[in-house]
Design a protein around this ligand. Structure first.
Ligand SMILES: Cc1ncc(COP(=O)(O)O)c(C=O)c1O
Length: 385
């Protein structure tokens, strides 16, 4: 089966991990700091905290933003469940934001209407989780205008979007937002096995995330409550977690960061080629190309299938060894969320979910396989007509 995405691991990645196995530190060592500094410098953020997943990075971000029971958090409706679960871990209420029916990305016009209504009802969100679906940047400038009007925090879920560029900003520089999180799961742009990272320019958020990622423990004497104790002393000042990444993973991350631009170039090249091939059939809804102000990382190539045939096309392609995927069932449709309250279906999210298929696309994919996948899809659509 050709997967929709998979990791690219090369000999030097393996050597990087092996060398850590021979070193004194398997965790809490110098590789973690080096990895954090490398990602922060690449995206242009002041602070970074590496975590053992993007899910834990989301959880820590919510805590740093002060989300508590009864607070309201808005989340893009089309995303992986982790984008919303981070609010639920803290017993916050989740509302969903509708998306563009063709791209799955936040619809800022609808969000503005939703916020206006929320203001009238006296219940505005504390945080908005904006998902850069498939690696395509959300319109952050416009979102920031709304943030200034309605007073919420912006948390960018950039699990898909390492290397994406919005205007002259790399996603993750937090120019328009409070915190951005990345994922380094194997299907993502680079991998550390499991892994994630929080990026921010805010020192208070950074200190909070750093402390919570390691049990809520403080070692720095300047911040201890009892400064009279000897050097062995540390304090747990709040209830935190062990969400740390290991040095083994960080070494892999450092090695992968060295290849990031090559990986991105390949993804962009393949995306352009898929668009060129698939544009032969005008019934397919193709993802919009990159523009000067919006350059996707192309984590996913999501194509809209016509004639209500998406499920049929999905099944046939999978039977033929083409590992297409569906991203995603709108989060509010999951039984857990339905058990919380009756979420009304959102039109854009429903349309996007119903017609969209993610085609295989990853850096080490063979060009001939890419062309074969496109040709198979074109033939199928032709037969369905
Ligand atoms: C949009 C989005 N957010 C968050 C996550 C969670 O990432 P992780 O698997 O690193 O915890 C994912 C994972 O697929 C994702 O797609």
């Amino acid at each position: 089966m050709i997967p929709y995405s998979t990791q690219t691991i090369e000999d030097d990645d393996i050597r990087a991990v092996t060398s850590v196995l021979h070193s004194p530190y398997l965790t809490c060592g110098p590789k973690v700091t080096e990895f954090e500094e490398q990602v922060a410098s690449y995206v242009g953020a002041t602070y970074a905290v590496a975590c053992n997943s993007c899910t834990s990075a989301l959880h820590l971000s919510m805590m740093a933003l002060g989300v508590q029971k009864g607070d309201l958090v808005y989340v893009s409706a089309v995303s992986f469940v982790a984008s919303a679960n981070c609010a639920r871990y803290l017993d916050a209420d989740v509302e969903f934001m509708d998306v563009n029916k063709d791209t799955g990305n936040l619809d800022l016009n609808l969000l503005e209407e939703q916020l206006e209504k929320a203001k009238k009802n006296g219940r505005l969100p504390k945080v908005i989780v904006a998902v850069h679906l498939s690696g395509r940047p959300v319109d952050l400038r416009r979102l920031k205008v709304l943030k200034d009007l309605y007073g919420f925090y912006i948390l960018e879920d950039a699990a898909h979007a390492l290397g994406a560029i919005y205007e002259e900003h790399k996603i993750g520089d937090c120019f328009y937002s409070d915190i951005t999180v990345f994922s380094f799961h194997p299907v993502k742009i680079i991998t550390t096995g499991e892994g994630g990272m929080c990026m921010t320019n805010n020192e208070t958020f950074y200190n909070s995330i750093r402390c919570l990622s390691s049990h809520g423990i403080i070692h720095d004497r300047d911040y201890l409550i009892d400064k009279s104790m000897p050097n062995y002393y540390y304090e747990m000042q709040q209830l935190g977690f062990n969400y740390r990444i290991t040095d083994l993973q960080a070494a892999l991350g450092i090695s992968q960061m060295g290849k990031l631009d090559r990986f991105l170039q390949k993804r962009r090249e393949f995306a352009r080629e898929l668009t060129e091939l698939l544009s032969q059939d005008k019934n397919l809804i193709l993802p919009p190309p990159d523009t000067q102000d919006s350059i996707s990382s192309w984590h996913l190539y999501q194509v809209g299938i016509p004639f209500d045939k998406r499920d049929e096309v999905y099944t046939i392609l999978r039977k033929r060894g083409i590992g297409v995927q569906i991203h995603y069932l709108p989060i509010y449709r999951h039984p857990y969320y339905q058990s919380l309250k009756h979420y009304q279906p959102l039109q854009g999210a429903e349309r996007f979910f119903k017609h969209t298929l993610s085609m295989p696309l990853y850096p080490k994919m063979k060009r001939l396989d890419l062309q074969m996948c496109a040709a198979t899809l074109l033939r199928l659509i032709d037969m369905e007509r």
